[in-house]
Design a protein. Sequence first.
Length: 240
Amino acid sequence: MEKKLVVITGASSGFGMELAKEFANSGHPLLLLARRLDKMEALNLPNTLCKSVDVANKDAFEKAIREAEAIYGKTDLLINNAGVMLLGDLATQDPQEWKQMLDINVLGVMNGMQAVMGDMKDRQTGTIINVSSIAGVLPFHNHAAYCASKYAVRGVTQTARLELSPYNVRIISVEPGAVATELLSHTTSEDIKEGYKEWMKSSGANRIQAIDVARTIKFAYDLPQSVLLRELIISDTKQN
Ligand code: NDP
């Protein structure tokens, strides 16, 4: 069967990079988006267009999707995976960090959704997968603004399902637990970063890998179009 276009945001590291490799292995043409073009191009995947795009820039995001569709055909799967995690104490955190997370983690996801939803509804097929977090399900210390962004991703996903399901379009939210990637590195408080690393080590919840998350996401996509895994919560067995 002909493999269709998969768009993956945040493909320059972590989950997105593993997703790109998994879908390329299955023969899908790809559009990979992130700000660091060199990291995506270094993957050297076949039938792949890589674009340096900030997902918060709606026009650039849409333009890249239209460009890829002109080459590979319509988007069958969009994985809104790009995100940042800037942990901080709500009482003292720089509000610019809140804004950055809401712009990228929430509006970036909605930008992607709007870029593909119309076509998917017209064609009565397609899948959107939004990467939220276990921090979109449960509260964690120093996660207030990050939790706000990830609860929002779940909210927008579940609400969009009401709009999309009559058109046979699937929308799924994914809530991964803690996985060692570059995600923590952007938090500006060294104390919080150290505390997080210590918690991962002492809890033993540090065995799950980005590839495990990527394979679980692909499993959900590979189910028949008539089967919707609405939400996926995936974590290390030892994470509570
Ligand atoms: P990484 O930091 O390894 O990857 C994040 C990716 O997002 C990078 O490719 C980064 O690329 C991209 N990105 C960040 N900002 C932008 C932007 N403005 N425009 C385009 N791309 C952007 O983290 P993970 O792989 O761990 O995270 C992937 C997703 O999973 C995120 O949404 C994260 O919140 C979520 N998640 C992660 C968990 C974890 O423990 N690792 C747990 C739960 C959820 P670049 O910098 O090149 O733009």
